[in-house]
Design a protein around this ligand. Structure first.
Ligand code: F6P
Ligand code: MG
Length: 447
């Protein structure tokens, strides 16, 4: 047991096959709950203090009092995490808060009250962002305020040189020929994978320079599992006349730009009739895309002095207006559930994904949810790890930023571990994974 009275953790690595939790002191979950989450809250408070005048200008003088209350509540919440207090039930009236509360209550009945270090990492980390939302939601002037908006905008601006380079490349491809080809598609897939290095939650809100992300050939040795060809076969299957492809987005800035490049390729080469783009409904893991972020990005592109970006902004806004691209919102993405529970918790969403020819899932958090937040043997098959979550063919693109992985060839994880002991925490290694197993759900399944 840890000496520190507040966390009472075990000084061991996470055993195989159990849930990731901060209870195991030699895990990334422990490091996150102990250090990263409090740092994220501290810098959020600092940003709010620094932005006080801007907020008052925008929301009025009365917002100053609300800001004080918000800052007080954020500090209290940080203290709850640091002292390993139980997760308080949410007081929000929103339907998703009810689902969080039912889950916390069920866990309490099973094992006693979940506390920040002693519960599933996925729950405590998702809860943090839901609790932040609640703090703003319960004000009257700041209830739509996104506390991460400035960081997301800054990340976009910093990535502009890379975005320009990528923009010129993709515009040339989508405007100049109607035919898709495998090499082009795979190169876009890899650009898209490495775009996932740019998340602000791992970098603790720091915007990093990612110039090298355009040179995907140099990054090929860092792809631990590459199912690109199988993905190409699934995406280029044109046996049906009307098809949908789904993309479950992750981060704003450069990553979402690469997602939209892929979505444009899919439409302009007639690989699908429609792309549905799933966003978050609340500010999430600092950099995840919400509907306002999505719209802001298109507006920024349209206003850019670079002709290629301007053309892409107009082209993409037109896709949205015509419904060729559809922005999809669902609370499920910000619930603390592994996707194996989707069929039960949100059967409508499961069936919706089942309509798609393939669904792309981006990023580390989606990966944790896809594979049930467990410390699998890395050679566990993709379908075993998914535990029945197979609504359609899945394309999973993620840079590794948490200690969970499935679907590697025997021996690969051990080899990388010897070469780079922190390989699961840096985002330097990537996965392009695919499964074509499909499990339909019974029509009688209800919420
Ligand atoms: O594991 C590090 C981390 O910040 C997690 O907290 C979270 O799962 C993830 O990275 C966010 O990354 P992504 O934006 O790729 O989902
Ligand atoms: Mg993210």
């Amino acid at each position: 047991m840890c000496e520190c009275n507040s966390c009472r953790t075990m000084d061991i690595k996470t055993p195989r096959n159990v849930y990731l939790t901060a209870f195991y002191k030699r895990s990334f979950a422990f490091y996150t709950v102990k250090n990263r989450m409090p740092i994220i809250l501290t810098s959020l408070i600092d940003n709010l203090v620094r932005s006080k005048n801007i907020i008052v200008d925008q929301y009025g003088k009365e917002a100053q009092e609300e800001l004080k209350t918000v800052i007080g509540e954020l500090s209290e919440f940080k203290y709850e995490i640091q002292t390993n207090k139980p997760l308080k039930l949410l007081t929000s009236e929103e339907p998703d808060a009810k689902i969080y509360n039912e889950y916390i209550t069920t866990l309490t009945e099973q094992d006693g009250q979940p506390t920040h270090f002693h519960t599933i990492w996925l729950l405590t980390e998702c809860y943090m962002y839901r609790r932040l939302r609640q703090i703003f939601e319960q004000t009257s002037l700041l209830n739509t305020y996104d506390p991460f908006c400035g960081q997301k905008e800054n990340a976009y601006r910093t990535a502009l040189p890379l975005i320009r380079q990528m923009g010129e490349y993709i515009l040339n491809i989508v405007e100049n020929s109607l035919d898709a080809n495998m090499e082009e598609f795979i190169s876009l897939l890899k650009l898209n994978l490495w775009g996932n290095k740019c998340d602000l939650s791992l970098s603790l809100g720091q915007v990093e320079d990612h110039k090298m992300l355009f040179n995907t050939t140099a990054l090929d040795p860092f792809i631990l599992c590459d199912h690109s060809r199988k993905i190409w076969e699934a995406v280029s299957d044109t046996s049906f006349s009307y098809t949908i492809i789904d993309i479950v987005l992750d981060n704003s800035g450069y990553e979402v730009f690469t997602d939209l490049c892929l979505a444009d390729y899919i439409i302009s080469k007639s690989l699908a009739s429609k792309v549905r783009i799933y966003v978050k409904t609340i500010p999430w893991f600092i950099s995840d895309v919400t509907t306002p972020d999505f719209k802001w990005t298109l507006e920024q592109l349209k206003d850019n002095g670079n002709q290629s970006l301007k053309s892409l902004g107009e082209r993409w806004s037109d896709y949205v207006e015509r419904g060729t691209w559809q922005i999809m919102e669902s609370h499920f993405w910000t619930l603390p559930f592994e996707f194996t529970y989707m069929a039960k918790v949100d059967p409508i969403l499961y069936r919706q994904l089942a309509e798609a020819k393939v669904a792309f899932f981006k990023g580390d958090l989606n990966y944790r949810k896809l594979f049930g937040e467990r410390n699998w043997d890395p050679a566990t098959s993709i379908d075993d790890g998914l535990q029945g979550f197979n609504p359609t063919k899945l394309c999973i693109l993620r840079t590794v930023k948490a200690d969970i992985v499935c679907g590697l060839e025997e021996g690969v994880a051990e080899k990388i571990e010897a070469q780079d002991p922190k390989w699961m925490e840096t985002g330097n290694w990537g996965l392009i994974q695919f499964t074509d197993k499909i499990v339909q759900i019974d029509d009688n399944v209800n919420c």
